[in-house]
Design a protein around this ligand. Structure first.
Ligand SMILES: Nc1ncnc2c1ncn2[C@@H]1O[C@H](COP(=O)(O)OP(=O)(O)O)[C@@H](O)[C@H]1O
Ligand SMILES: [Mg+2]
Length: 230
């Protein structure tokens, strides 16, 4: 664990994987069921630790390990997909190490978003869906990043769903994939309004209207609200 635990841009040292790392940034989660996030750097390598070790016992021993195992399982389904974090390993059963996306969250990105950014983001989403992974939290602007080359990246597979991409589940995957695709199109309207045509806007309005009647959407929202409150 870091020797001190200040937030944001304070370099302290911490031991991970048996080596000393600079803690470039620590995002100390205020919520009981969220991990602390540590951005680590050593020589040419950067890592991210999702760490439940300083949390209360329920998060440390129950929720955290389950949560991280699930995220690890999902990320392993996505090995080789570019601009998705890769699993580096476990520091402990309640501390997961993943590769760092060198960039910033789209909501904090001040430079203009490039014209092909959202097409590339849709291509990444297609790759996730082809492997049976539905992100389902792309509406959250802190889960989509702009890397140092201006390309999109997707993080945070905590609220995601995996369905085996076989003939039986494929129709359901196609249906649920719309949740991700419409979340991306909504972001496109927000960040690149000049590229969004009225037909696209209409499709999103219709989708949102339809979604209100879908019972699973209400349940999913209740569940994610419950999780993010704790
Ligand atoms: N692999 C990563 N590369 C770069 N930054 C990351 C990475 N994973 C997480 N972060 C940073 O930490 C924040 C919180 O991580 P996230 O995985 O979204 O957890 P949660 O939203 O559940 O707290 C992100 O919004 C991002 O700023
Ligand atoms: Mg997140």
């Amino acid at each position: 664990m870091p020797e001190t635990s200040n937030d944001k841009n304070v370099t302290t040292k911490a031991r991970f994987l048996g080596k000393q790392w600079d803690v470039v940034r620590k995002i100390k989660a205020a919520k009981a069921l969220k991990p602390d996030i540590l951005i680590l750097s050593r020589k040419e390598q950067d890592l991210v630790a999702k760490d439940f070790r300083d949390k209360g016992w329920a998060a440390r021993y129950l929720w955290g390990p389950l949560n991280l195992m699930y995220e690890k399982f999902l990320l392993n389904r996505l090995t080789g997909v570019t601009n998705i974090p890769q699993v580096i390993g476990l520091e402990d059963y309640n501390c997961l190490l993943i590769s760092r996306i060198d960039g910033e969250e789209i909501k904090k990105h001040s430079a203009p978003i490039s014209a092909d950014y959202f097409d590339k983001l849709l291509q990444i989403a297609d790759k996730l869906h082809a492997r049976g992974v539905l992100h389902l939290d792309l509406g959250h602007k802190s889960n989509i990043m702009v890397d140092k080359n201006g390309a999109p990246a997707i993080i945070d597979f905590n609220s995601s769903l995996y369905l085996p991409p076989n003939a039986f589940f494929r129709p359901l995957i196609r249906l649920l994939a719309k949740v991700d695709k419409y979340a991306i199109l909504r972001l496109k309207i927000r960040f690149r309004p000049q590229d969004s045509n009225p037909a696209e806007k209409k499709r999103i309005e219709n989708f949102l209207r339809l979604r209100k009647f879908w019972i699973f959407d209400k349940l999913l929202r209740k569940l994610t609200n419950f999780i993010s409150e704790y």
